[in-house]
Design a protein. Structure first.
Length: 350
C-alpha cells in the first residue's frame, strides 16, 4: 500500500535539490543542482550559496515535478531541511517550503539534515533498516551512532574539531586541488603511495578502552596540521609536484583508518555487525572497501549510491515521510536553525 506523495527540499549548503517521493521508498522525481560557483574560492561562500538557492529553487522543483509527472496540487506534504547548515541557505528552502505548504493547505515537515543522511541508503536497499551502527561523515559533521530503531539514536562519538569532509577539503586546497576536496583527494590517492608518509591517526590508540572519553570520538585538526607541516618542508626543499599524489594517498589512509577503526570498535562493543555509511565522505572508495573487509564474512555494509550520499532532496523526503507518519508536523512559524538538535539523539555508551 502506497503512502503520501511528498516533496523534499534540500538547501543546507551548496546543493539545491528537490525530490518527489511516493512514501515510503518510491522515488518519482529527483533533481540536484550542485553549485560550481564555489570552486573559484576553494570552499563554500555562504552568501553566494544562499543567492544561488534563490535563483535555482523554482526551476529545480519544477523539474522534479515534471519528472514525477505531477503538479504541486498533487502533493500531500512538503518536507524541508531545517538544519543544521548555513543559515542563509537553510532559510531559502524553509521559506519556500512554508509558503508552498501554506498555499496548498498541506502539512509542513521540518527535517534534520543528518537524520536524512541516515535514511538515504534505504531508498536503494531494502536491507538498510535498523538495527545498525551508523557512521555519518560529511563536510560539517562526523558522528558515530548506534541505531536500534528509526527515531532512536544512541550517540557513541563525534568529532571534537574539524569534520572529516572539512579536513579533506582543506588538505585538497593545500595541495592545489579542485573543490570539493573529497573526490580530488581520492583521485590523486589512486596514483600515489599511501605508505610514503606516516601521518598520525589522531585520537586512536590501541590502549584505549570502552568508557574512555575519547574511545569513540574523532579529531582531524592534528592530522591536517601534520599535512601542512610536511608540505611546507617539501616545498622548502624541492617541488611538491612529484609528491602531491603520495601526500594525498597518505592523508586519505590516515583519515579513513581512524574512521574505520572507531566504527569497528562500535561494532564489537554493541555486537551489531551491520554498518550504515552516510554523508558525502561515505562515497570514499577506500573507506567502503576497508570497512567491507573488516566486516566480512558475517557482517553487512550498507550505503547509498554516490548520488544519494551527497546532499539531496530524496533523503529529505524519506526522512520527512518517517516524521509525517509519526504525526510530527511543523507549524508555519517554524524557522531554520543552523544548530538544530538531532531528534531522538541520546548520549550512550555501547
Amino acid at each position: 500500500m502506497s503512502g503520501p506523495l511528498i516533496l523534499g527540499l534540500e538547501t543546507s549548503c551548496d546543493e539545491t535539490s528537490a525530490a518527489v517521493l511516493l512514501a515510503p521508498n518510491t522515488l518519482r522525481g529527483h533533481v540536484i543542482y550542485s553549485q560550481d560557483e564555489h570552486a573559484l574560492f576553494g570552499g563554500v561562500v555562504p552568501e553566494i550559496a544562499a543567492r544561488a538557492h534563490v535563483q535555482r529553487i523554482d526551476e529545480v522543483v519544477d523539474q522534479a515535478l515534471a519528472e514525477a509527472g505531477c503538479a504541486l496540487s498533487d502533493l500531500d506534504a512538503v518536507a524541508v531541511t531545517a538544519g543544521p547548515g548555513l543559515i542563509g541557505a537553510l532559510l531559502v528552502g524553509v521559506c519556500w517550503a512554508k509558503a508552498t505548504a501554506f498555499g496548498l493547505g498541506k502539512p509542513l515537515v521540518a527535517v534534520h539534515h543528518m537524520e536524512a543522511h541516515l535514511f538515504a541508503p534505504s531508498l536503494e536497499n531494502a536491507d538498510a533498516v535498523p538495527p545498525f551502527v551508523a557512521l555519518l561523515v560529511s563536510g560539517g559533521h562526523t558522528l558515530l551512532l548506534h541505531v536500534p530503531e528509526w527515531g532512536v539514536y544512541h550517540m557513541l562519538g563525534q568529532t571534537r574539531d574539524d569534520a572529516a569532509g572539512e579536513a579533506f577539503d582543506k588538505v585538497a586546497r593545500l595541495l592545489g586541488m579542485a573543490y570539493p576536496g573529497g573526490p580530488a583527494i581520492e583521485a590523486a590517492a589512486s596514483r600515489g603511495d599511501e605508505a610514503r608518509y606516516d601521518f598520525p591517526r589522531p585520537m586512536f590508540r590501541r590502549n584505549q578502552r570502552p568508557g574512555d572519553n575519547d574511545f569513540y570520538d574523532f579529531s582531524f585538526s592534528g592530522l591536517k596540521t601534520a599535512v601542512v607541516t610536511l608540505v611546507r618542508e617539501i616545498e622548502a626543499d624541492r617541488s611538491l609536484d612529484p609528491e602531491r599524489d603520495n601526500v594525498a594517498a597518505s592523508f586519505q589512509a590516515a583519515a579513513t583508518d581512524v574512521l574505520m577503526e572507531k566504527t569497528m570498535r562500535a561494532v564489537e562493543e554493541t555486537g551489531c555487525r551491520r554498518v550504515l555509511l552516510g554523508g558525502g565522505v561515505s562515497a570514499n572508495g577506500r573507506l567502503r572497501e576497508a570497512l567491507a573487509r573488516r566486516l566480512a564474512p558475517s557482517g553487512q555494509l550498507l550505503h547509498a549510491s554516490t548520488r544519494l550520499s551527497l546532499d539531496n532532496g530524496a533523503m529529505v523526503a524519506r526522512a520527512g515521510a518517517f516524521r509525517l507518519e509519526r504525526g510530527e508536523v511543523a507549524s508555519l512559524d517554524a524557522s531554520a536553525d543552523p544548530n538544530l538538535p538531532f531528534p531522538g539523539l541520546m548520549q550512550a555508551s555501547a
